[in-house]
Design a protein around this ligand. Structure first.
Ligand code: GDP
Length: 405
């Protein structure tokens, strides 16, 4: 699969905003889960992980994958709890983009702020999904306001809901000027009815005006009061999102299967591929002042970061790594530059839906689990034997190391 058709994303949310439900529905709509289960019926993948977490056991998975219109989406588990700040930061290093999920009633909560600021520091492009539009007290536009006031999120509505709370009937996509309504079996797409046209036109004008700030072509058309072609608008929106100039905002009610396929489209349309993300920057092993860049190409020297260790009763220890550059083959020797020890690569498991599939090689952008590594721990860099680098500072304060163990 071409690297452009890959999205490594995280979903960040305040507890109870609906991350489990949304993840579950993303899997369902991409055909991974056959049955839409209640979130708390014990059938849900992420819920299972959550229960494991609650019991204090290592969570069941570090990543799951699904495919939407020819694009593979890897969803990497982003711990939601502020106690795991180091883990959150590490997961921000291995993702290329993020869906920031908010509850339409709760809005921006203090915890959202912490993760948001971390994502800002790591320059992770974001889109926002305002969930639970169907709940009593839902206020989509106020959540956008809170995002801008409290997070300085540069949030722009790309959709507006038609009705809220019990009256939530559909979603207007401002980009393509369509109304989406839902029933159990399908999403119905239609022209925007007369009664919502003025509102849609006003919000579309705000969107165009925002994008005109960053795009000359749009600015000219805007000043001349001319229609901006959809393709131009979308391209400009993507560019502005990747440069962290805006945060496109979408809405829905995951629990009621509303807005999920549009969210999948948005992940593909606006979040970066490993190619968009560009080179990863590490440090020279001898001189930490010196930067070492690795482009997302199989021809570059190998570089990967271990971000999670999971003990599996069947296969033993799985070390989850994100590959940035070079290629990985079973049997090869790599350097763990953090520990200063060589590692022999045994089996390589690639994530496929909720399962793992054994492969003989992996390349840039891939999230894989390695079996049989001897020394590698979370946060360690694996790299080419000759051309080494550190992807993370090895000077993690001792208190943090204690937390990890
Ligand atoms: P998490 O803690 O962020 O993973 O949240 P969950 O996915 O477990 O959801 C928390 C609660 O909100 C559950 O009871 C869900 O059924 C409910 N919920 C999730 N999405 C929606 C939604 O779109 N509308 C409504 N009304 N409830 C929802």
């Amino acid at each position: 699969m071409p690297l452009n058709n890959l999205r490594n994303i995280g979903i960040a949310a305040h507890i109870d905003a609906g991350k489990t439900t949304t993840t579950e529905r993303l899997l369902f709509f991409t055909g991974v889960n056959r049955k839409v289960g209640e979130t708390h019926d014990g059938q849900s993948t992420m819920d299972f992980m959550k229960q494991e977490q609650e019991r204090g056991i290592t969570i069941a998975s570090a990543a799951i994958s699904c495919s939407w219109n020819g694009t593979q989406i890897n969803i990497i588990d982003t711990p939601g709890h502020v106690d795991f700040t180091v883990e959150v930061e590490r997961s921000l290093r291995v993702i290329d983009g993020m869906v920031a999920l908010f509850c339409a009633v709760g809005g921006v909560e203090p915890q959202s702020e912490t993760v948001w600021n971390q994502a800002e520091r790591y320059k992770v492009p974001r889109i926002a999904f305002v969930n639970k539009i169907d709940r009593t007290g839902a206020d989509y536009h106020d959540v956008i306001k809170q995002m801008n006031d409290n997070l300085d999120a540069r949030a722009v509505a790309f959709q507006i809901p038609v009705g809220q709370e019990d009256e939530f009937k559909g979603i207007i996509d401002l980009m393509n000027c369509k109304l989406y309504t839902f029933n159990e079996a399908e999403t119905i797409v239609s022209e925007i009815p007369e009664e919502f046209r003025t509102q849609a036109r006003d919000f579309k004008a705000q969107l165009v005006e925002r994008l005109a700030d960053f795009n000359e072509e749009i600015l000219e058309l805007f000043l001349e009061d001319k229609e901006v072609p959809g393709e131009l608008l979308k391209r400009a929106a993507r560019e502005a999102t990747l440069k962290l100039l805006i945060t496109p905002v979408f809405c829905g009610a995951a629990y009621k299967n509303k807005g999920i396929t549009q969210l999948l489209d948005a992940i593909v349309d606006y979040l970066p591929s490993p190619v968009d993300k560009g080179a990863v920057v590490g440090m020279d092993v001898d001189d930490h002042e010196k930067a070492r860049h690795r482009n997302p190409s199989p021809k570059e020297p190998f570089a990967a970061l271990a971000f999670k260790l999971i003990h599996d009763p069947y296969v033993g220890q799985q070390t989850f790594v994100r590959v940035y550059s070079g290629s990985l083959r079973s049997g090869m020797q790599l350097m763990n530059s953090t520990k200063g020890k060589p590692e022999r690569i045994g089996r390589i498991l690639k994530i496929r839906a909720k399962d793992r599939e054994e492969v003989s090689e992996a390349g840039p952008g891939d999230i894989v689990a390695l079996i049989g590594l001897k020394y590698t721990k979370t946060g360690d860099t694996l790299c080419d034997m000759e051309q080494q680098l550190h992807l993370e500072s090895i000077h993690i304060p001792p208190s943090v190391i204690e937390l990890k163990i």
